[in-house]
Design a protein around this ligand. Structure first.
Ligand SMILES: Cc1cc2nc3c(=O)[nH]c(=O)nc-3n(C[C@H](O)[C@H](O)[C@H](O)COP(=O)(O)O)c2cc1C
Length: 195
């Protein structure tokens, strides 16, 4: 059983939760999430910060084996995502609302920014639960929106969540991607100097 760990190589220590999060593609296809775990993820997202506390986000959770999960797996994942995501235990569909509570339009950038904060909390909660998460933008957004009957929100991403699987038991391409080192720009490229 090979479970790959890819802690971030940081210049100074950061919290273990942040350092250890990464986006695997090998999930244990026998792992099953409980309803309580799903609720815990939803709570983690619910308590994210948002501009004016507007909370312009909604989520749909679908477990492997459910009709929506299998429908997405069968035809709504782009490219390589279709080969590994269906082994995850859960898909989280993240929606950014188009309208405020009073019916006025929400700015798309603000809605997406707030949505990213909530999904990030959900992903770190999964990490704290000993699970692994992987964001996917490579999905058929319109088809998924139609499938769930949502017209008043954008689908920002689908997140796979599950237990890590055995990386020695998958295709060579998947093994290579799973073992590839995690890379980041050096700090000096993301820090803006000022006088
Ligand atoms: C908004 C967003 C969309 C992403 N879409 C995909 C995707 O469709 N397929 C995929 O394999 N990874 C996807 N990723 C994962 C990134 O490739 C990954 O986070 C990045 O390479 C850094 O690796 P790490 O998360 O392991 O640190 C996405 C990540 C984000 C944040």
């Amino acid at each position: 059983m090979t479970k790959i760990q890819k802690a971030a190589d940081t210049s100074v220590p950061i919290s273990e939760l942040l350092a250890n999060r990464w986006s695997p593609r090998v999930y244990d296809p026998t792992h099953v999430m409980t309803q309580q775990q799903v609720t815990r993820l939803a709570e983690a997202a619910r308590w994210a910060a948002s501009g004016n506390n507007a909370q312009p986000w909604r989520f749909a959770f679908t477990l492997r084996g459910e009709e929506l999960f299998e429908k997405i797996s069968a035809g709504m994942l782009s490219g390589f995502n279709a080969s590994w995501a269906p082994q995850a235990s859960l898909y989280v569909l993240a929606f950014a609302n188009k309208f405020k509570a009073d019916g006025s339009e929400l700015d798309r950038h603000a809605a997406y920014f707030n949505n990213a904060l909530a999904t990030s909390q959900l992903v770190f909660e999964a990490e704290a639960m000993g699970l692994k998460a992987h964001y996917m933008g490579g999905v058929l957004h319109d088809e998924i929106l139609r499938s769930v009957g949502v017209e008043d929100a954008w689908l920002t991403c689908v997140i796979t969540i599950g237990a890590q699987g055995d990386a020695s038991n998958v295709s060579e391409e998947l093994q290579q991607r799973e073992a590839a080192p995690r890379e980041r720009k050096p700090l000096d490229q993301i820090l803006i100097s000022h006088s």
